[in-house]
Design a binder for this molecule. Structure first.
Ligand code: PEP
Ligand code: MN
Length: 347
């Protein structure tokens, strides 16, 4: 249920309402919008509560939310969530371009890739140190050593880092290195992990589970938000369908659906979404046209020698070509690409 405060209601009135909600064994989350202040009441609400809250000073109206997800809904927060990572704003006019290898393999591989993607216009570096794998015999990542390599690349290039955290136990360690924590598709419903990343003060990117509905995905986001971490972005990375030609089917339609239902930013990952390098560019363009706030693209110095996901990884050259293709498309949908090193900055 949502408690909408009157225009001009006082901070005391707001804390009075929160107090009443807490006394009733529920939690109140505040959304301070430009137009109005709303309190999202979460927990097992009951009809009498509505009448009681409506009588409190400063309350304009109490609206039940029929959807099971509350804090991730547009009803709770009308304005788009914008997440700040250094100078970057995710969810604003400027697209965010996240690029880098699937897995951290060597210092040279990561540093070379970081330099190349930065020169081509990426503004966040990706790379997995803890890798989820369908088979236990595949490369499972360098762990802490991989995080240290990523930190070196950030120190040299200034690119913030996103990397996956696989277990609740590793959250503190990964949060020490990463600027954004990634929850992978296979962990979208690992509820103890979601609770843990909900307690850290770092942005989280939640990938869609490969068989998850949009509602289940938003409910997973709700786990993180309800722990107090409001810096959540979503990532559409393809779902499993009957089609086997592609690794997954990138659900481009999920992008405008999420924009309608939720205020959270959404990133598209056409690399895992297709599994084939030559499909990455067309689906990246389609995702931006559909309203994605950014892209996550796998790039490797030698895709044919990659320890993971080589078939879907772009070379430095093909990544540069994609960035060139994106520029006119972005402006046609009123978006901007991040400034490239050496670009003239408008005064
Ligand atoms: C990844 O981004 O490297 C990854 C493992 O993706 P997903 O969780 O979407 O499979
Ligand atoms: Mn990968």
């Amino acid at each position: 249920m949502l408690v909408v405060m009157k225009k001009g209601s006082t901070p005391d009135e707001l804390s009075g309402v929160i107090g009443k909600i807490t006394q009733s064994g529920l939690a109140g989350h505040i959304s301070q919008g430009v137009e109005r202040t709303v309190i999202g009441v979460v927990g097992q609400t009951y009809p009498e509560l509505r009448d009681m809250l409506e009588l409190l000073p400063g309350v304009d109206e109490v609206i039940p939310i029929s959807k099971p997800y509350k804090l991730s809904s547009r009803e709770f927060q009308h304005e788009d969530t914008k997440i700040k990572v250094g100078d970057i704003i995710i969810g604003g006019e400027e697209l965010v371009i996240i690029a880098g290898p699937c897995a951290v393999e060597t210092e040279k591989q990561v540093l070379d890739t970081a330099r190349a993607v930065k020169a081509a216009g990426a503004n966040i570096l990706r790379g997995g140190a803890f890798k989820p794998s369908t088979s236990p015999y595949q490369f499972r990542g360098l762990g802490k050593e991989g995080l240290e390599i990523l930190a070196l690349a950030r120190a040299e290039t200034g690119l913030p880092l996103i990397t996956e955290v696989l277990t609740p136990h590793d959250v503190d360690l990964v949060a020490k290195y990463a600027d954004i924590l990634q929850i992978g598709a296979r962990n979208m419903q690992n509820f103890t992990l979601l609770d843990e990343v909900g307690k850290v003060k770092k942005p989280v990117m939640l990938k869609r589970g490969m068989s998850a509905t949009i509602q289940e995905w938003l409910l997973s986001a709700e786990y993180i938000l309800s722990q107090g971490n409001r810096q959540v972005m979503l990532c559409e990375r393809g779902i499993r369908t009957f089609e086997t030609y592609t690794r997954n089917t990138l659900d481009v339609s999920a992008i405008p659906v999420v924009k309608k239902l939720s205020h959270l930013p959404i990133i598209a990952d056409p690399s895992h979404g297709t599994g084939k390098w030559y499909l990455v560019a067309p689906l990246a363009l389609a995702s931006v046209a559909a309203g994605a706030d950014g892209l996550m693209i796998e790039v490797h110095p030698n895709p044919d020698q990659a320890l993971k996901d080589g078939a879907q990884s772009l070379t430095f050259e093909s990544f540069e070509q994609l960035m060139a293709q994106l520029a006119p498309l972005a402006s046609s949908v009123q978006r901007k690409l991040p400034a490239k090193p050496g670009d003239k900055i408008d005064q």
